[in-house]
Design a protein around this ligand. Sequence first.
Ligand SMILES: Cc1ncc(COP(=O)(O)O)c(C=O)c1O
Length: 468
Amino acid sequence: MTGVAEETSLPPDPVGDDSAGSACIHAADRRHVWHPFTQMQEYLGLPPLAIASGRGGWLTDTEGRTYLDGNASVWTNVHGHNDPELNAALQRQLASIAHSTMFGLTHGPGAELAAKLAELAPPGLGRVFFSDNGAGAVEIALKMSFQFWQLTGRAEKTGVIGLAGGYHGDTFGAMGAGDSGFFHERFRPWCFPARHFLAPHCREWAGRVRGADATASLAALRELLAGHAATTACLILEPSVQGAAGMRLQPPGFVRAVAALCREFEVHLILDEVFVAFGRLGPMLVCKDEGVAPDFLCLAKGLTGGYLPLAATLAHEDIFAAFIGPYGSRRAFFHGHTFTGNPLAAAVALENIRKLRPLIAGGVLRDRIACFGRLLGEVFSVHPRVREIRQRGLAAALDLAPARDSADEFPVASRTGLQVCLRARAHGLLLRPLGDSMLLVPPLCLDERELGELVRRTALAIDDVLPA
Ligand SMILES: Cc1ncc(COP(=O)(O)O)c(C=O)c1O
């Protein structure tokens, strides 16, 4: 036990109990819904939970129980649920039009958002192609890179390089570029082959690096490029933190070094900031903060503050220029999604960015991040069941283990990580595990007291399932 005491002060319940409605939802869910990344046999044996409403960093279920949203509704939420200003932006747009296509026409929110993203991005990334999810944003960058080399007379440049453990989504191109082990290995025969290089090593929490080494990783990349750059179109990288690999951190300067190698060997650099952008690690965009200008930048998740599905692929003007020509030249980029650049999503994204800027510039977010790191360190750096903490920004992983100083693992069948997350519900906290790692990714709006609650309730759940 880590000395944290139970406390029950929660924000008021905005909806109240609705048990009959709840029973209908669960019946329909259990009969008809196929959930993502879920073994349905296991799911159907677990206590059901349906969310009815949210406010700030809190969610309320159909039974009226309230939970802290410990994974920001899959890493998307920025200013909290039901934010009055985001709601108002959405309602203003709704009063005009909910959807109008970007196939051959445009609309105010889409055009304005494209201009805003180009302004935020490093110089040169001036063209914005909208889609609706992170995997889509990645597919688009990959296809643009592939087509660029064909259009510029270097059709042999078709290969893709990625970082070991990379995750870019679940469509075929995104799976091909990624390296997500058993998530995707079944589909390998249908994916294009990609080469992956060793990930660097870095341990960090509370802003202090506890061991970092990118030498072997960068040497492996140089060797790969020396052997294959002539036939490689692009390198794709999640800069700074590989979220789905379990918050695997890169040492400071790593992204800049990779970018320099890409330039030296004439290989496009695609930065996948689907997870890390929009304040998740502190800055609006990680690449800008690192002083790196990629050829492509992929954005999604936090782009709309976690409100609506919207993604963007930013391309460098030099890439765009290669696609320009008369219709008959067949240089156009033949790719599109029906809801590309949806005006509701674009309007809420603009408001999200407007609200986020002062939080970053005024240091509020920086202070929350520092507080989060300090709290994690206080409770878990000495916890008998936590082998390693990795934290950067408002993103952290706690690796659970039978004993912190041994290499033993829990048996896979014990589903320890899941058991801890289920137990967290009893303490008013929603988390999602990655194997036996607890991933803590709160909405950026949590204040210091709420961040304390997140850490305290996580510890309570771990202590319940794994008493010392
Ligand atoms: C870095 C990164 N890229 C891409 C994706 C895929 O995004 P989506 O689930 O919106 O397709 C994710 C999702 O977690 C991600 O973390």
